[in-house]
Write a protein that binds this ligand. Structure first.
Ligand SMILES: *[C@@H]1O[C@H](CO)[C@@H](O)[C@H](O)[C@H]1NC(C)=O
Ligand SMILES: *[C@@H]1O[C@H](CO)[C@@H](O)[C@H](O)[C@H]1NC(C)=O
Ligand SMILES: *[C@@H]1O[C@H](CO)[C@@H](O)[C@H](O)[C@H]1NC(C)=O
Length: 975
């Protein structure tokens, strides 16, 4: 559902656009109409109690003609108001019934504001209305049946409010059938979908009713809506058989979402075949979601007859049994397959590898048996493979090394045996590796080389033995490591302190010996440490107690000794964290106090006692502990979705930094430390006390739209993304009046500086470097669009937002206007753009780089990943031509890409010649110079592909990442 929300916005805008053109050419009427319209607007304004952006200022000025008021559009004769668009203006208050006085209104858009109260029934008298959008407000009460009188209504969007009660029949059944778009999603509407048999919605293309409390069947009369493209009924309480008869008549269906309802399959919930047959002719079907419906039956062989256009198929959380039929592999365009949490048995069909576009495969929580087919290694784009919680056996195949995109590999809770294949270390993009609760043996040698692992490593509850390899300490991006309940031995290397991102470390239930190194306590983010049930000795290092981040600790059942006080991180601990260490004493609650003076017999007695008590205690203690560990692991390894939710909900606390420290670091925000400015505020460079060189991005509180929105959004993105080509954050400083992000200083500054060096001394970059940079940028964006736990759209890609490291590795920065789209959660952007774009009228993105669909009227605030692809295309063209898209010196063309297009393909010479100067660096071989020329032409072609007018024909960022890496490879070895 990720991008679905964007589609929704996109369509709504298309509607607005078409009608807007119609409106501008409207005709003239009498003066009295405009006077009465003006009076209605003034009354309407009285319902608005908050207008933080002062957008209605013009409404208060008697000098300004009503047709020039913000949000108001008149017909060409300026005699009547035909459109009122106040969307995304952060207005609060109620919608005054006076709005009904605007009797000639064709478009009314009050979406993305803070309007509360009810929808005034008087709106039913706006008989000319064709488009009504009140989405993203706080409207409550029932939907007035009077809206049924709007016979000309084509577009109705009341989604994402707090509306309740039944949907009035009149909306769907008013004798007219021009309605094309109906969105009542995400309210608390009840009752049935009120479409009586005699009613017809013949023009309907989009019906969105997700997240309500609707009951009953899909009304049979919907079958008359043969033009339907999107049907989203997800998350209701709808019941009855899957609506085969209805969808059978819908050849245009693209998205069919029926998940989270109570539908049953045919023949008493035993047969899915008829439903799949009914969809066979929907030759545009892209996504089919049937999750969590208690659907029964087997997966029929005719799943292979579903349209080949299908990209997503969700059948998870049902009661499906039997095996996975090989015919499923006919769905060769499938990108995501989710069959998890059913009762599937048999083996994983090797035919899955025919579906070459697969990016995500979820088969977890079934009863699948047999081995993991090596053929899975032939899926070039596979990013996530979840086979956890099955009965798979045999070895972990070597095949995963071939999959460069693999991010998450979840094989936990199976019966896998043998060693962890060392080839896994070749999966350099791996973020999560969970092989826990299997029968794996051998040493950790195989994982030692996985230094790029990013989120977590879980190998708990296997039979792994041997020492902790030093290689573990190279994992400087990993957040959690769990090696508990194995047979690992030797000492804990102090180098483990090199895993600087570590927040959770569990080494319990092994036979580790020696002291606990104090470097562990110095890990700056560590929050939970469990070393219980090992053979550790010595004192508990002071560094742990001093850690500002540690919250959960378990030292039980070791041989630690010494005095433990209840200061610092230990203040909240009880005796439970220290059980079974007879040598410990101190002020922890429940722990025995340390004796001041030693008496011979006092020492002997405890020793004797402990000799007797330990075995008994160990047995009970160990059992209790075991169940605790297990519980913790269950929480930890859970299902993938749980992990993602946890990842999202847990408040990542960045290490605190004080305003004062920032003041010191930047010389009091001295102008001489200023290295950049933008609409958000300023960026200063500085040096922290530990000599870390930092860039401090200070958000200007005076910026219209408020800093908190931009700041929050940026934090949200940084919190959720980890990739070598994306900026990482050191910390934040947040006070009510001051908000700043602290980022690592990138020594080579922005790409902009290198493309347009201000000093002649500064040699420009050569093509090899530039292609490397573009490849980095493409990788970073592909991660954001395709592999991030939440989908992120950057929205403002341009050379000044691309920063370069010492070694010219590019990182993408500046997520101030990025969009986050929660993958599983209805695709609702976490932060809406309203607060940002409304008040300053900023285009969403930067002039020159912004995609046409985003630049046009009404689309200023909408974003899609295709918009980023467009900006990337402009970047490629800019690099080749050496011309900023903002300085278009072209007479006949309005933009850089049009200008390049006008030269393509026959007149490219002047452009290529100019670009060849990038290939003349003395270090370049003759071979390379030749290759250079080819690459320039390819860059132009790729740039033009990305800047195509129609978003849907542009390539994906993943395609681009592959293309760029191909060019990079070619340049590195042209022969
Ligand atoms: C209203 O806008 C039009 C067109 O932008 C302009 O020509 C006119 O002067 C404006 N009138 C007032 C009163 O602001
Ligand atoms: C509309 O659907 C109803 C119920 O399926 C049916 O009785 C009716 O004939 C259909 N009307 C048309 C025009 O197809
Ligand atoms: C799968 O389960 C079904 C019953 O649901 C059983 O009849 C069949 O033998 C099982 N197949 C395998 C391979 O275990």
């Amino acid at each position: 559902m990720g991008c679905f929300k964007f589609f929704t916005l996109y369509v709504s805008v298309l509607f607005l656009l078409t009608a807007f053109r119609a409106v501008v050419s409207g005709d003239r009427a009498s003066d009295s109409q405009i006077m009465s319209d003006r009076a209605s607007l003034v009354s309407f304004m009285s319902g608005i109690v908050s207008d933080p952006g002062n957008v209605l200022q013009s409404w208060n000025s008697s000098d300004i003609h009503v047709c020039n008021w913000t949000g108001v559009t008149c017909n060409s004769a300026r005699s009547e108001i035909v459109m009122l668009d106040l969307s995304g203006r952060s207005l609060g208050g109620t919608i005054s019934p006076a709005i009904a006085g605007l009797s000639k209104l064709i478009i009314l858009d009050l979406s993305r504001n803070f309007f509360g109260g009810r929808i005034p029934p008087e709106m039913g008298s706006l008989v000319e209305l064709q488009q009504l959008s009140l989405t993203w407000n706080f409207l409550e009460g029932t939907i007035p049946s009077e809206l049924g009188s709007l016979r000309k209504l084509v577009y109705l969007n009341l989604g994402i409010n707090k509306l309740s009660g039944d949907i009035p029949e009149e909306i769907f059944c008013n004798g007219s059938s021009v309605l094309e778009y109906v969105d009542l999603s995400d309210n608390t509407l009840t009752g049935k979908i009120p479409l009586r048999d005699e009613c017809e919605l013949g023009a309907l293309k989009y019906l969105l009713l997700w997240s309500n409390r609707l009951v009953g069947p899909v009304p049979p009369a919907l079958a008359n809506s043969t033009r339907l493209m999107w049907l989203d009924l997800e998350s209701n309480m709808l019941s009855g058989e899957l609506p085969s008869g209805t969808v059978h008549k819908m050849p245009h269906l693209q998205y069919l979402y029926l998940s989270y309802n109570d539908f049953a399959s045919h023949d008493g919930n035993t047969n899915l075949g008829p439903f799949f047959s009914a969809l066979a002719n929907s030759s545009n079907l892209q996504e089919l979601e049937l999750a969590a419906n208690k659907l029964g039956g087997e997966i029929p062989a005719n799943i292979g007859d579903l349209p080949g256009t299908l990209q997503q198929f969700h059948l998870d959380e049902n009661l499906i049994y039997g095996s996975i039929p090989p015919q499923i592999s006919n769905l060769i365009n499938l990108i995501l397959l989710n069959l998890s949490s059913n009762f599937l048995n048999g083996t994983i069909p090797t035919e899955l590898c025919r579906m070459q576009r697969l990016e995500g495969v979820y088969l977890s929580n079934n009863s699948l048996s047999g081995g993991i087919p090596s053929a899975l290694g032939d899926l070039p784009h596979l990013g996530l493979l979840d086979l956890s919680r099955n009965s798979l056996s045999g070895l972990i195949p070597d095949c995963f090394a071939n999959i460069s995109q693999l991010r998450r590999l979840l094989l936990y809770k199976n019966q896998l045996s043998g060693m962890i294949p060392p080839s896994l270390a070749k999966c350099v993009n791996l973020e999560i590796l969970d092989l826990s609760h299997n029968g794996l043996s051998g040493t950790l040698h195989g994982v030692a080389g996985m230094s790029s692992l990013k989120i977590y490593l879980n190998l708990a509850s296997n039979y792994l033995h041997g020492a902790l390899p030093l290689g573990l300490s190279q994992m400087d991006m990993v957040l959690a490591i769990d090696l508990s309940s194995n047979n690992l031995s030797g000492t804990i290397p102090s180098q483990l302190g090199g895993c600087i991102a570590l927040e959770y470390l569990n080494l319990s239930g092994n036979i580790l010996e020696g002291p606990l190194p104090s470097s562990i306590g110095q890990l700056p983010h560590l929050r939970a440490l469990d070393v219980s049930s090992n053979h550790l000795i010595g004192v508990i290092p002071q560094s742990l107690q001093a850690s500002p981040t540690l919250k959960q600790l378990n030292f039980s059942f070791n041989s630690f000794s010494g005095n433990v006080s209840d200061d610092g991180a230990f203040a909240a601990l009880t005796e439970d964290s220290f059980l079974g260490n007879s040598g410990l004493c101190g002020s922890i609650k429940g722990m025995k106090a340390c004796k001041k003076r030693r008496h011979y017999h006092l020492i002997i007695v405890p020793i004797l006692l402990s000799l007797v008590a330990t075995p008994i205690f160990c047995i009970f203690g160990y059992l209790a502990l075991k169940s605790k560990i297990r519980q913790k692991l269950m929480n930890f390894s859970g299902s993938n979705t749980v992990d993602e939710k946890k990842e999202d909900s847990k408040e990542h606390k960045f290490p605190r930094i004080l305003y004062r420290q920032l003041l010191e670091a930047t010389g009091g925000f001295n102008p001489s430390s200023l290295i950049g400015s933008g609409h958000f505020g300023h960026v200063y460079k500085g040096v922290l006390q530990d000599n870390t060189r930092i860039a401090v991005k200070v958000f200007d509180s005076k910026t219209a739209g408020g800093i908190s929105g931009t700041f929050k959004r940026e934090c949200q993105v940084y919190k959720r993304t980890r990739h070598r080509n994306l900026m990482r954050i050191i910390t934040i400083c947040s006070r009510p009046d001051f908000k700043a992000l602290v980022l690592p200083l990138k020594s080579n500054g922005s790409l902009d500086r290198h493309l347009y060096p201000s000093h002649q001394l500064n040699q420009g970059l050569d093509l090899v470097q530039l292609v490397g940079i573009c490849s980095d940028v493409a990788e970073g964006l592909a991660y954001l669009h395709h592999h991030c736990p939440v989908r992120v759209v950057h929205c403002d890609l341009k050379p000044s937002n691309i920063l370069l490291d010492d070694d010219m590795t590019a990182v993408i920065a500046d997520f101030g206007i990025a969009r986050l789209v929660k993958g599983g959660d209805k695709g609702v952007p976490l932060y809406d753009s309203a607060s940002f774009s409304s008040t300053n009228g900023l285009l969403h993105g930067s002039v020159g780089y912004i995609a046409p669909e985003n630049a046009e009227y009404g689309m200023g605030t909408r974003a899609s990943s295709q918009g980023d692809v467009f900006s990337f295309g402009v970047l490629l063209l800019e690099i080749v031509t050496g011309v900023r898209p903002t300085d278009v010196p072209f007479h006949e063309c309005s933009s850089l890409h049009e200008w390049v297009k006008s030269h393509y393909p026959h007149n490219l010479d002047p452009i290529v010649q100019k670009a060849l100067s990038r290939c003349s660096s003395p270090s370049m071989s003759e071979h390379l110079r030749k290759a250079c020329c080819e690459v320039i032409v390819e860059l132009i072609e790729l740039g033009l592909m990305c800047t195509q007018y129609s978003p849907s024909t542009r390539p994906s960022m993943m395609d681009m990442a592959n293309e760029m890496s191909r060019l990079k490879k070619y340049l590195s070895d042209p022969s």
